[in-house]
Each structure stands twice: as structure tokens, then as C-alpha cells.
Design a protein around this ligand. Sequence first.
Ligand code: ZN
Length: 325
Amino acid sequence: MSDFSSISFNRLYGHEKAKRLLNRSLMADRIAHAYIFRGPDGVGKKLFARGLAAALNCRDRRGVEPCGACSSCGKFKSMNHPDFMAIRPEKGVIKIDRIRQLGNELTYPPYESKIRVVVLEDVQTMRREAANSLLKTLEEPPENNVLILTGDSSKEILATLISRCQVVPFAGLSIADTAAILVAHGVAPGSAPLLARLSEGSPGKALLFQNAEMVTIWQEAVKVLSDPAVDPDRDVGILLRLADSVAALKEDLPAFLALLKIWVRDLLLGEDTLIDTQQGGDSRRKSWSSEQLFAKLRAIESAEMELARNCNRNLVCEVMLFRLQ
Ligand SMILES: [Zn+2]
């Protein structure tokens, strides 16, 4: 049961551990000055932050639940509460200037609430100087402020930052929960399970895949690469055209490569559910030995490294697709 317009984090799907931790804090009225919500992108960390802020400032809270009706709840629902701020990376980084400015802003009391909540999104994007500046704020937090840092658990976050915060763990959602969320966001019920699986339980990522038509190109790639009728020597044109459409994904390429790895991993585990969904269990497709599949994983990984080093995108895609044949 999930209500997306709700400001109660308890009504969101999954994340039982995070719910338990936050509910315990709310019940005991022991709120930390700073939390770090760690987990993959797109699984609901920001919604939880908004829910916690709403609960903290509700004028008529029932246990851990915001009433949903008071003036504070109303502003959280319409997403324009003056004491709820979000700081996001600009051009991929949270800059030191923004952190210094925040330090200054926090010295003023909240505008109209008991507690001002500031969400710092993707703190792994902070360089050392910015992180050190934030550390000072975390060491002596001005009263009536709660900072919620969010960060991708797969990326490195400065240990000193983590040590100043209460850690709240988040993980990928179940495929069923992710699919249900996608359907509620208007995704066709037929494609929701596949998108859910490919996003590894991240509704936010799944919606991005859908927008980028990445999944369509992925399906085409899987079809061409597994088709026994496609001969790499004779059908060079098919592979080159495919490489062009893959390269055109540009900044979505890393996500596309992650999808390809899921495909190879599924083949290694003998789980061909994805392919079956896509090709109706077509038995006329290539099969590979584990050695060949491991070689494919390495081909994708070296493409990832080359892209990170800004090698020519088209060339990287061509080489990779020929190695995946
Ligand atoms: Zn309320």
C-alpha cells in the first residue's frame, strides 16, 4: 500500500530498516543533528527526507505520522515549505561557495518552523575543501537545524563526513515494488517488470531508462548479438549501425553498459528471464560458454574504462560490440 501524494515516509514502499530507525528517533524525540541516507540513486531517499521534515514540523503529529492537514503539512505537500531546503550538485559538484553560504544561512533561525531541514544531495560529489567546510558545520551545528546528507552507497564518501552523521541505510527495492511504483507513474504494466529488473530496484533510474529510449536500443543490441543468423564477418554493416545508435546515447552510455552487464550476468547464471520476456523464449539464439561470457564482461568493462578516459565514443562502441559477438 503506497500513496505517492502522501508526506508520510511510512507509506512509501520498502526501506523497512530506514523506517524503523527514523520512527524510533521520532518516538523518542531524539533527532540527530545530521543524518546520512546512503543507498543507490532513485530509490526514494529524497522522499524520505521530505517525510522526516514533515513529521518534525507537523503541528498536530499523531505518533510518527504527520497529520497531513495543518499549515505546515500543506506546505510540504505542495513542496514549497520555506524551512525545507535542498542543495544539489551544480554541473556535477557541490561547490565550497555553496557550503559556506549554507553555514551563513544556518545562523538565522528557521523562517516559521521549529526545525529547518536541509538536504544535501549526492555528497560524494563534494571535493575535499567543500567537505571540510561542511565538517565544520557538522561539528557545531546551529540549533534547530537538521542536515540530511544523501549519497550513493557505491561511491566513496569521506569517512569523516559519515562519522559525524547517523547513518540510515537504503537499498534497491524489490522488483515487484519497483514495478508497482512505475505503473503508478504511468509506465505500461507490460514493460514495468523489465524496467524494474534493469534498474535493479530503482524507480528513479527506471524512469530515466524509459525516457532515454535506452531500453529500446538495449533490446535491439541483445537481439542482434544473440541472433545466430548475424555473421560478424558478413554483417559488418548491422553491427556498425548498432554501434552508431549506442554511441548516440552519449551521457547515458554508462547506464547502457550497466544494462549490458546485467544481460551477460543473467546468461552466466543461466537466468534468461529477461531474454525470454523479450523474445518469447526464442530457442534459436546463440549460446556461449562461461569463458566466452567472462570475456564479454571484460569487453564491457574495458569499454567503461575507455569512456571514462574520454576515448572516441564511436570507436569504443564498435570495438565492444564486435567483442560481444
Ligand atoms: Zn500536520
